[in-house]
Design a protein around this ligand. Structure first.
Ligand SMILES: *[C@@H]1O[C@H](CO)[C@@H](O)[C@H](O)[C@H]1NC(C)=O
Ligand SMILES: *[C@@H]1O[C@H](CO)[C@@H](O)[C@H](O)[C@H]1NC(C)=O
Ligand SMILES: *[C@@H]1O[C@H](CO)[C@@H](O)[C@H](O)[C@H]1NC(C)=O
Ligand SMILES: *[C@@H]1O[C@H](CO)[C@@H](O)[C@H](O)[C@H]1NC(C)=O
Ligand SMILES: *[C@@H]1O[C@H](CO)[C@@H](O)[C@H](O)[C@H]1NC(C)=O
Ligand SMILES: *[C@@H]1O[C@H](CO)[C@@H](O)[C@H](O)[C@H]1NC(C)=O
Ligand SMILES: *[C@@H]1O[C@H](CO)[C@@H](O)[C@H](O)[C@H]1NC(C)=O
Length: 689
């Protein structure tokens, strides 16, 4: 059985594959929530090759736009934006539009690739592409009627295409610019195209080809084989020599292995001769061993400069983060009485509380809020409160796991392979689009947090509901989990193993790709998964959860947090913003889904909540935290910015000014629905070391 699991995982993520044979204490019988037929998910058969449908499908991936809607919105595969429409693939080396409220990359079809041969094939409409395979680091897009295949590998400076069959094809490459010149070398395998927008493109062909061109279109002689397209980002000869040197080795897919906690390895399958040249984004560069980087070979990107790296595998190593139930530094005893007296009130109030919402997000926040009270009680030595919290949690959580909660519940959706809520199964707007796979890690992260705590304080309950608990976490963070049963879910629903953070957007087609707003809720999802691992003494689960939490934190710090002296986003944007609102694959926005850009306290708060022991790892730099607080504080007085956002501004203030924050926190009368005064007092007193 272990062998077949390893085989199944081979082309995609694998985690300690050879250790899977040993039981990690996972339940032996998989748990599956009741099956439903969703009326709102799109039919995956329109774009996926039928043979891919036997496995759960990705729902928040870097190529999602290619498989939802009409399949014709662009996607960013670094350094190119690509777009598939009308039986052709267009690529763009995007320029950046930037002002103080928005940064975006503009899609301009610099080259549009198709063939003159059009053969109509059985079931595939002429104009539609097909995804013939995908992996963690690539997607393969076919235009069957044109006999063309594209190996879309992330971070490749070359866009690689090949004919699908051995039959020859006349390639057509058109542009919206004007073609100033086209020249080929003596071997007719390297071709240089100058456009009137100052761009120079190099085409490398695996066999001799001759081209003819008009002002806007290039036609090839009959061709069969591989053709690669690369922009010369700078007219420097050095760049051209590097592209020449690495032009004949091409990647066709790539996967990620998390071999040990806080380490990951990329491995690409490649073809052709020579070594593989790919591009690393700034976070890769930070985590890669230095010697692998090709200094001075750069492509621009909304995510920062991409630099060349040689080799068909990369090792990334990161600093471990501590995953703990309680505050990392502890709380001085002198503060216990204040926390205990508040805790007594918060816990007493649970006795008369029934959660008034049935929405999965808010419900999840309510149970996670209550679960914090039990852990705080442990920390401040107030054990009397714990059974009361446990009772509340059992009553609140169990109906969702038993399937007898009246207002909502979890169901299994087979077409894409994953959980949906009852409310989401026939509505793409209920539960914030949970039914079309939006925000799963946020909602489920809160449930998993509460379940982890309950399993810790009531181990008998934990044993009874272990299969359900694993099913919830596997929906967003699967990686095999040690049992083939978890082939019910994709390997990682939200986490992007190339970009190194999560996406939330589900099966919506958005012209700027996937997006994520709250990095702190994403961190919470992986931190909670790691806590579940702690609760069940499952090192494997703890290891994956901690590793993904650490990566999500690094990504938040790299791309969401904007320090005054950063150069990631340019001067104008950096001057006005200390944090990004919604980060899209192809855009940085300062507004939120629920608030305008001016409501900075909301923009900051959504990157802080929920407050838990991992929060201090997300915000380790007191100097930057001061920048954040000074930037956001004035907006607290704007009408529209609710009182409860003070929770997060004051909590951050406490990182560098205990006295001022503790005074402000004591005066607060209302709190975020996932927070409590007990939790704020626990936080602020644990800042004082
Ligand atoms: C998404 O796809 C639907 C269905 O094809 C279409 O009506 C809608 O306009 C698309 N939205 C965007 C933003 O492209
Ligand atoms: C920034 O650019 C966007 C898109 O072009 C525009 O809608 C917006 O008004 C601009 N904002 C500012 C502050 O100039
Ligand atoms: C494309 O057309 C050429 C002739 O124009 C032909 O030789 C070739 O076989 C055709 N290829 C395919 C895939 O139909
Ligand atoms: C380049 O050519 C295109 C298409 O002919 C034309 O629309 C555009 O204005 C030209 N651009 C420049 C900078 O000459
Ligand atoms: C909880 O509430 C019930 C009635 O609603 C009451 O009988 C019970 O004593 C309360 N328990 C505690 C510990 O306050
Ligand atoms: C979804 O199903 C429920 C229960 O069957 C029904 O009340 C509701 O109107 C449906 N919603 C939509 C959008 O079809
Ligand atoms: C902390 O805040 C108080 C009140 O705003 C201020 O008086 C004090 O100088 C601050 N201390 C530090 C270290 O910033």
């Amino acid at each position: 059985m272990a062998l077949s699991i390893c085989f199944f995982l081979f082309l995609s993520l694998s985690f300690w594959c050879n250790a899977l044979a040993a039981s990690h204490g996972q339940p032996s019988t998989p748990f599956l929530f009741p099956v439903t037929k969703s009326t709102v998910v799109p039919n995956p058969l329109r774009f996926f090759s039928p043979r891919l449908l036997s496995a759960p499908l990705p729902t928040n991936s870097f190529f999602q736009n290619l498989v939802v809607g009409k399949g014709n919105e662009p996607e960013y595969i670094h350094p190119y934006l690509i777009k598939s429409a009308s039986s052709s693939l267009s690529l763009s080396y995007p320029s950046r539009l930037s002002n103080s409220s928005l940064i975006s990359q503009v899609f301009v079809p610099d080259l549009t690739i198709t063939s003159l041969n059009k053969t109509s094939r059985s079931a595939i409409p002429n104009t539609r592409h097909r995804i013939s395979s995908y992996s963690d680091l690539s997607v393969t897009l076919d235009l069957p009627s044109n006999n063309l295949r594209f190996f879309l590998v992330r971070g490749s400076p070359f866009l690689t295409s090949s004919t699908i069959t051995r039959r020859t094809t006349h390639l057509s490459i058109s542009t919206i610019h004007a073609i100033l010149s086209l020249s080929s070398d003596d071997s007719l395998t390297k071709h240089t195209v100058n456009l009137n927008n100052t761009q120079t493109w190099l085409f490398y062909t695996s066999a001799p080809v001759s081209f003819t061109h008009s002002i806007s279109q290039i036609i090839s002689s009959e061709f069969s084989g591989v053709i690669r397209f690369a922009i010369l980002p700078d007219s420097k000869e050095k760049y051209e020599a590097i592209l020449d040197k690495y032009s004949s080795c091409y990647p066709i897919s790539g996967h990620v292995e998390l071999t040990k906690p806080f380490r990951l390895e990329y491995k690409w399958n490649r073809k052709g001769k020579g070594k593989l040249l790919l591009l690393a984004h700034p976070l890769h560069s930070q985590l890669l061993s230095r010697n692998a980087v090709l200094e001075g070979f750069k492509y621009k990107s909304i995510d920062g400069d991409l630099v060349g790296v040689i080799g068909d595998s990369w090792a990334l190593k990161l600093e471990p983060v501590p995953v703990t139930w309680h505050s990392i530094g502890g709380i001085k005893r002198e503060h216990f009485p204040e926390i205990v007296s508040t805790l007594r009130e918060d816990v007493d109030a649970l006795n008369s509380t029934t959660i008034s919402t049935s929405a999965s997000y808010y419900y999840g926040k309510s149970v996670a809020r209550a679960a914090r009270l039990a852990l705080i009680a442990e920390e401040v030595k107030f054990p009397k409160a714990i059974p009361l919290v446990a009772k509340f949690l059992r009553n609140a959580i169990q109906p969702w796991l038993d399937g007898n909660y009246g207002g909502n519940g979890f169901l299994y959706e087979r077409q894409w392979g994953g959980l949906v809520t009852k409310l989401g199964s026939n509505s793409s707007s209920e539960d914030f689009g949970f039914g079309i796979y939006n925000d799963h890690h946020f909602h489920l992260g809160y449930f998993v947090y509460a379940i982890a705590v309950l399993a810790k304080i009531d181990p008998a309950w934990g044993r009874q509901y272990k299969p359900q608990a694993y099913s919830l976490v596997a929906d967003y963070m699967n990686l095999g989990l040690g049992s083939s049963s978890y082939s019910y879910y994709p390997q990682l629903r939200n986490f992007d193993p190339w970009k190194l953070h999560s996406w939330a957007a589900g099966l919506f087609n958005f012209s700027d790709g996937r997006n994520q707003e709250s990095t702190s809720e994403a961190v919470n999802a992986y931190y909670s998964a790691a806590l579940l691992g702690l609760a069940y003494k499952d090192n494997h689960l703890e290891g994956i959860g901690s590793t993904l939490a650490a990566l999500e934190i690094l990504s938040a710090q790299t791309w969401w947090h904007v320090r005054k002296d950063d150069d990631m986003y340019g001067e104008e944007f950096t001057r006005k913003n200390r944090v990004v609102g919604i980060l899209w694959a192809n855009m940085r926005d300062t507004k939120l889904w629920f608030a305008p850009a001016e409501w900075k306290a909301c923009r900051l708060g959504i990157q802080v909540l929920p407050i838990s022991p991992i929060t201090e790892i997300l915000f380790p730099d007191a100097g930057f935290v001061r920048e954040l607080v000074e930037w956001a504080s004035p907006s607290l007085s704007l009408s529209g910015v609710g009182e409860s956002w003070k929770d997060f501004v004051y909590a951050l203030n406490g990182i560098y000014n205990y006295t001022s924050a503790v005074n402000n926190i004591r005066k607060l009368k209302v709190h975020d629905d996932g927070n409590s005064l007990s939790n704020l007092l626990w936080w602020i007193h644990s800042r004082r070391r």
